[in-house]
Design a protein around this ligand. Sequence first.
Ligand code: SAH
Ligand code: SF4
Ligand code: F3S
Length: 489
Amino acid sequence: MTDLRTPKKGRKEKSFYIKTFGCQMNYHDTERMSALMVEQGYTEARSAESADTVIFNTCSIRDKAHHKGVSGLGHFRRVKRENPKIKLGFAGCVAQHDGERVLKSFPFLNFVLGTDNIDVLPEILYRVDQGESPVMAVGFDPSQDYSIETKIIPGKKQAFVNIMKGCDNFCTYCIVPFTRGREKSRRVEEVVADVENLLKQGVNEVMLLGQNVNSYGKSLGGKKAGQTFARLLRELEAMADRLDADGITDPEGKKSKEGKGGKESKPKGLLRLRYTTSNPKDFDESMMEAHRDLRRLVPHLHLPVQSGSPDVLRKMKRYQPIQTYIEKVLRLRELVPGIAISSDMIVGFPTETEADFEMTMDLIEKIRFEGIYAYAYSERPGTKAVELGDTVPEETKKARLHMLQHRQGQIQAEDNCRYQGQVVEVLVEGNSKMDPNILSGRTPHWKIVNFSYGDSISEPNKMISEIAPVKITQTSAFALRGELIEGSK
Ligand code: SAH
Ligand code: SF4
Ligand code: F3S
């Protein structure tokens, strides 16, 4: 049997680097792996080449994403040859689904870590340190429970919180149910206590994560057991209200508490609560009411529809008459005026005709989404849609994708004009990628805003994770430009 002793803390300092591909769930897993490695005495390296341990956290959602992760490993063949001491790990959805095969092509890998094995990383690193290689950990946890404590890098103000894992939907194009396993939820009470703890540590923006958050709680008895997503949202808001009322958190930043070096400001509490992703079939009135009632829940909803054609949706197994989707959007807009709704779209799904595609184009006219992520269909091994064949030629997929993105860009440019001259609240995330003298952040509606500030701001970095009032001076399809309102900070 393998030695399962817990690795000792406080050994010689080592460094790590994790290269992440894919969705928020993967980024969240990276955060968890990083926190676990920091607990083991590792420090984060600036580059993969300078680290002792490098992990590729991969995504398999489309063929391109899959190959990006695998070709990254190809590059490491040389690095490993030059520095055989470097430890290489392969993690994420490709590792889960295709780990054995990848290992055959890259026998120099030290470990392969599946998506349900993140928490055994310290043990795996220990075994690799002891000379065992390669170590494989790609099984799924057979227990029904899902119980964790969220781990963040100390000082972080934005936290991703997994409320469930896996997916039972098996949309016919999608590999996720195979890479992430069956759906399991954490109990409402556990998530609330976890988030409370994060808020006390200074987190002020929480993103709840699940592949289909609207079916949250199903594995725990659902409605009958009081384990529903709408209830979770309400309980989170109530807890955050209580922390503010008890003076444990201070959204205005006016009070302070005694700290080691004198007065310290108190944590701000929950400024923004968001979640992703929502499958429209389970998005019901109770969710709409939660959006209407909860002030911390941002007025933004990502509600992926995938296609405007009933025939394509049926073949995708998305189980939702398109008219019902439209009605849900209209009802939600009635209850929460101005709510931003975004979506994912797939073009070129097998058998999609020109007429089917036109229905998708019509849908974006009708809904006028705040934004869409559109993709060309990519056949994924083992999924049901493979049986339909990959019938739409790549050129046609490309042309449809271009047409959809082009029109959507025009819609966004037109609709974003309404922000001109308005003052919006921006939660500052950092410096703009284009210009270090510009700060960048998001509105509650998830719009990116780049803004300038006057000479009175000597330490702009202090504004990161704060909410800043910004006057919008210029709009475009994708981002807004503005100026900080003088005297506000
Ligand atoms: N759980 C989420 C989706 C996660 S995957 C949901 O149900 O909405 C993110 C997006 O990738 C999907 O919404 C879909 O638009 C896209 N996608 C998934 N599989 C794909 C495939 N085989 N080809 C192209 N796009 C795909
Ligand atoms: Fe994939 Fe569908 Fe599950 Fe989303 S709901 S992860 S698209 S199977
Ligand atoms: Fe990719 Fe896995 Fe996410 S396949 S999109 S990283 S769940």
